[in-house]
Design a protein around this ligand. Structure first.
Ligand SMILES: [Zn+2]
Length: 397
């Protein structure tokens, strides 16, 4: 056992991870610039740079910077150094991607894949589908540094195991990270899909809000929270489950799938709206059918969606007062109803929240749309792999 293994931090390259973090903004910098930026000795910067160059986390940039004297080589983050596999497994559809270390899609696929088929069937399919995607973008499994997966149910953060997921029969407690990790040979992180969507949106608008809420209104309703630039998961990973908050409504006696009555999801979720329209004689099976009716100008569907917007708004108004987000992004199938949904939402949020909290509040439809979850799953893995501590550890191994 070497001394560096015993002490952990005595590697000469310790601190290289922090240097890499600086370069991840995409700008190439010279040695002199890095010395100035970090305040470190030139020899220290060189040592850390050499460690990053040896693993190709950093490469000499094409642009050579000349500052009057002799030209100096600039160094840049090498976003192609490794690749990441990402999956957003929804209730009925799955979206997969291979990305580089800047979450740029190298290959992607969206297919129908019911999560209710159970973990072994879905994950066996996933491993094969990832292999095909890798072939498509001419990369190998050996280039993969990690796998990020979003699941449509509660996930215990520490273990990555689903916990009593209501629409995922057979998945309760299934060791997804171990199972996938053994077959793909890379670390696997698993989280709830709405958390991934919030992270994806935050990443996409990187220079923007530090505090944001992503609300998914599909069959069910849930939200992901970015607080002070990072995902807020809560103690067990259950933060943001707003679908089961009780709301005052004319439908307040309706029984929810969780067993309680009057839950937001049972009143205003896509499944609830589809069922109500179906009972009124429409051919609606799910939230996508509801959106189709709204887009066709059906007044009954429009009124129902506006009312659902108000009901979600009641819960969000409390959250705005409590959490003071700068941005609320609305995603999920029902977001396809656009302004009809947002009108009801805004009406209640602006009238019921504190003026200071709504002064600069922006409420809009998700920018990444269906891609938010898969982008977020990739970002979760990238942030994990490229954290300064993880990079230092990889370099000292
Ligand atoms: Zn409920």
């Amino acid at each position: 056992m070497t001394e560096s293994m015993l002490t952990g931090t005595s590697s000469p390259a310790a601190g290289a991870g922090a240097l890499l973090s600086l370069l991840r903004d995409g700008r190439a910098r010279t040695r002199a610039e890095l010395v100035e930026l970090t305040g470190l000795a030139r020899s220290t910067v060189s040592l850390r740079l050499d460690a990053l160059l040896s693993q190709r986390w950093v490469v000499p940039a094409d642009d050579v910077i000349s500052s009057g004297g002799r030209p100096a080589t600039a160094f840049a983050f090498n976003k192609s150094a490794r690749i990441v596999l990402a999956a957003d497994l929804g209730a009925t559809h799955a979206r997969l991607a291979v990305t580089d270390l800047a979450a740029t899609m190298l290959a992607e696929q969206e297919v129908e894949m019911p999560i209710a088929r159970g973990p072994e069937a879905v994950l066996t399919w996933l491993v094969d589908a990832f292999r095909e995607l890798l072939t498509e973008c001419d990369r190998r499994l050996a280039d993969v540094c990690g796998v990020g997966v979003g699941l449509p149910g509660p996930v215990e953060h520490d273990t990555g195991k689903p916990v009593n997921p209501p629409i995922m029969p057979g998945w309760d407690g299934f060791p997804v990270p171990d199972w996938l990790g053994a077959r793909l040979g890379a670390p696997v992180l698993v989280d709830n899909d709405v958390n991934m969507m919030a992270l994806g949106e935050y990443w996409a608008g990187r220079s923007g809000a530090e505090h944001l809420i992503y609300v998914k209104i599909g069959t069910g309703i849930g939200c992901g929270i970015i607080s002070g630039r990072s995902l807020h998961r809560g103690a067990q990973g259950a933060a943001g489950d707003i679908g089961h908050i009780r709301v005052p409504s004319s439908e307040e006696n309706v029984v929810c799938r969780c067993g309680n009555v009057g839950c937001l999801e049972a009143v205003a979720g896509g499944a609830a709206l589809a069922a109500r329209l179906h009972a009124a004689g429409h051919e609606t099976a799910d939230s996508r059918d509801v959106v189709r009716l709204v887009r066709a100008g059906d007044t009954e569907a429009i009124q129902l969606v506006r009312q659902a917007g108000r009901e979600v708004g009641v819960v969000l108004a409390s959250i705005v007062n409590f959490f003071n987000p700068a941005v609320i992004l609305i995603g999920g199938d029902l977001a396809g109803a656009g302004e009809h949904l947002l009108a009801g939402l805004r009406e209640v949020i602006y009238s019921r929240s504190l003026p200071l909290a709504t002064q600069h509040l922006s409420i809009r439809v998700s920018e990444l749309g269906d891609r938010a979850g898969v982008v977020g799953a990739a970002v979760m893995m990238i942030e994990h792999m490229l954290s300064p501590e993880a990079v230092d550890q990889a370099l000292s191994a």
